[in-house]
Design a protein around this ligand. Structure first.
Ligand SMILES: [Cu+2]
Length: 310
């Protein structure tokens, strides 16, 4: 997935402006540096008419003062204009989604039908071409929400709600990362943003807002029973079951996500099993205790149940 997390591979309106700003500043800076190098070489090694020209007052005033003042003022003005990226787009049709930074994962809250919101985690799905205003909050310390290929970064600050706009220009997956050190597992606090076309997005949203699919066979029924009886539901919600915990990510459709544990692992039954048994080695200090209480058959049932929650 080349460029999924690169400022230089923009796939969003604001990221495009930032990339243009970067290339323009780089180009301008390079030209100025070359000019200064040539003038320096001339001053050091040039013949005497050349050096005399360099000493002339007119050159010092025009090239030494007037030119830099005009050039830098123009670049500053243009840079400020270009960076209206980062401003919130006022778009009546905008989709509003909330993302809450938690040590060390992302709670994502979508508006549901009839004004009722519902939760997901560690993955933001958005419709391509439509403004998405993301409300950024934190449950604990300062985090920073950054998807380099879509837009600039905005901090999540205790007691405040910051809003940023995202507009994806193309369908596809971008990767984001917490960009403000927030303690132990900060480096493993990433996520994906998946831009879908409008109809795909609407059907995904409708499915995601619904309850978990019930287990279909004896093994996944055992998995669900283990989930409820082992205390997982104290921290996790699976809508449609008795599990209604709010401390960890909502697992109603966990099997449908691209990754586990905030883009730390790939997502399949085997990875879920490893996560349950060994998560403190996989993501040291994360807030889920490792569970060594299951035998292999139980762990397989529990993992298959969760992986099946698409
Ligand atoms: Cu962080």
């Amino acid at each position: 997935m080349n460029g999924v997390q690169s400022v230089l591979a923009p796939r969003g309106q604001d990221a495009e402006r930032i990339a243009t700003l970067f290339w323009t500043m780089l180009g301008g800076g390079t030209l100025i540096m070359l000019a200064v190098a040539v003038l320096t070489a001339l001053a050091l090694k040039g013949d005497s008419p050349g050096r005399g020209w360099l000493r002339s007052e007119r050159l010092v005033v025009w090239v030494g003062i007037v030119l830099p003042v005009c050039l830098l003022t123009a670049l500053l003005a243009w840079g400020l204009f270009a960076l209206r990226a980062g401003a919130v787009h006022s778009d009546p049709d905008a989709l509003r989604v909330a993302v809450v930074g938690e040590r060390w994962w992302w709670r994502v809250i979508y508006p549901g039908a009839g004004g009722r919101s519902f939760e997901s985690a560690n993955e933001l799905r958005i419709p391509v071409g439509r403004t998405v205003n993301v409300e950024l909050r934190t449950a604990d310390v300062i985090h920073s929400f950054w998807v380099p290929s879509l837009a600039g970064k905005v901090d999540m600050i205790p007691g405040r709600t910051n809003v940023m706009s995202l507009v994806a220009n193309a369908t596809g997956v971008s990767r984001g990362q917490c960009a403000e050190y927030c303690g132990g597992a900060h480096a493993l606090m990433s996520f994906h943003v998946v831009a879908l076309n409008a109809t795909e997005f609407e059907s995904w949203l409708a499915h995601e807002s619904g309850p978990a699919i019930p287990p279909a066979d004896a093994e996944t029924r055992l998995g669900q029973t283990l989930f409820i009886t082992s205390g997982c539901g104290a921290c996790h919600t699976i809508r449609g079951t008795d599990a209604a915990g709010r401390i960890g990510p909502d697992l109603t459709h966990v099997g449908g996500r691209l990754s586990l544990a905030a883009a730390t692992m790939s997502n399949d039954a085997a990875a879920i099993g490893r996560w349950i048994r060994d998560n403190q080695h996989i993501k040291p200090q994360n807030r889920m205790p490792p569970f060594a209480i299951f035998d292999d058959r139980q762990l397989a049932a529990l993992s298959r149940y969760l992986a099946g929650l698409k």
